[in-house]
Design a binder for this molecule. Structure first.
Ligand code: COA
Length: 315
């Protein structure tokens, strides 16, 4: 499999830390020093679906393809706007697609998980050109009264078109079931037969536990992938890591002992957009002309589950 093109889309509304301080007991200094986040984009009158459609169109165009060339769509989302059909089907009329589409939820690791599923479909000859897309609207299930979580998140969509090739050198996933550290329940519905319905619930998080998990597991998984490939950390041009916290990125970077130029980031502008962070950042690098032929990139993300995903890609 290789990546043929990328795309992304962000909501138009910029929400700064000062905007949050107008209704929360927080301030720009706390948020920016603890997280690196200065602003995030939040859905207002747009829909998550419209963001996904824009990212999809951009990626197909960037790949030099037409929508008719795409024969499978995989969407990574923690929560779409509708339960059914899948977002991967709902975006198809506006994008001009006409094929099978499936949503999957791998938390913030979802984009890398979807890439791996796409790789399997291509290897089995079940599809030839696949649109892999992450669309996330964390603003819709963040608790906007909880300063410990809502300040971290934003909304975004990022996409890649993949086809046959040998750009993916290694992929690795790990899970460590620890639900209590990071979770969000769905609305319990109104079944008269439910005996003990779960309470409606926003995203809940034990921040320090997630932090410790992220730093230790991201570093371990990247180091092991480098060892398997016989590479030194500086042999990788870019480490495209899940944008959850600038301190986490810095902790992993300093453990790997590589320069800041190899650790691109956009968290200061986007906040944590769950599984969309990796493809959005990848698209920014691509559009800046930085993903040249032969360029080596490591993707790495961690998230609810808890789980991690890492991939080594050569362009
Ligand atoms: N503004 C001001 N104060 C805040 C605040 C905010 N937005 N959020 C929390 N605080 C306060 C807390 O109430 C606490 O106050 P207290 O000492 O009076 O009780 C204090 O700041 C420290 O809180 P704590 O939660 O211990 O801070 P922290 O240093 O662990 O930083 C996170 C919190 C969330 C920034 C950090 O733990 C983190 O980034 N973890 C990883 C989260 C993550 O990546 N999640 C996504 C996974 S995909």
């Amino acid at each position: 499999m290789k990546i043929l093109g990328t795309g992304s889309a962000l909501p138009k509304r910029v929400v700064t830390n000062d905007d949050l301080a107008e209704f929360l007991d927080t301030n720009d200094e706390w948020i920016s020093t603890r997280t690196g986040i200065r602003e995030r984009r939040v859905l207002t009158d747009e829909t998550l679906q419209s963001l996904a459609e824009t990212a999809a169109k951009n990626a197909i165009e960037n790949a030099g393809l037409t929508p008719q060339d795409i024969d499978f769509v995989l969407v990574s989302t923690v929560l779409a706007e509708t339960l059914s059909p899948a977002l991967a089907m709902d975006i198809q009329p506006a994008v001009g697609l006409k094929c099978m589409g499936v949503d999957l939820n791998g938390g913030c690791t979802g984009f890398i998980a979807a890439l791996a599923v796409a790789e399997g479909l291509l290897a089995m000859g079940r599809a030839r050109k696949i649109l892999v897309l992450s669309a996330e609207a964390l603003s819709r299930f963040s608790d906007w009264t909880d300063r410990g979580t809502c300040v971290l998140f934003g909304d975004a969509a990022g996409a890649a078109v993949v086809g046959e090739g040998d750009g993916v050198k290694d992929v690795c996933f790990r899970g460590e079931p620890r639900r209590e550290v990071l979770f969000a329940n769905t609305d319990p519905g109104n079944s008269p037969f439910a005996v003990d319905p779960r309470p409606a619930c926003f995203l809940k998080m034990q921040g320090q536990e997630v932090y410790k998990f992220a730093v230790s597991h991201s570093f371990r998984d990247i180091r092991e992938m480098l060892e398997r490939a016989g590479l030194q950390p500086e042999d990788v041009d870019f480490y495209v890591l899940h944008q959850a916290n600038m301190r986490i990125l810095e902790a992993v970077r300093t453990r790997l002992k590589v320069g800041e130029d190899r650790f691109p980031h956009n968290i200061e502008r986007t906040g944590n957009t769950s599984s969309a962070t990796v493809p959005v950042l990848l698209d920014e690098l691509n559009r800046a002309g930085k993903l040249k032929p032969g360029c080596r990139v490591i993707l790495n993300a961690f998230g609810a589950g808890l789980c991690t995903g890492t991939a080594l890609i050569e362009f």
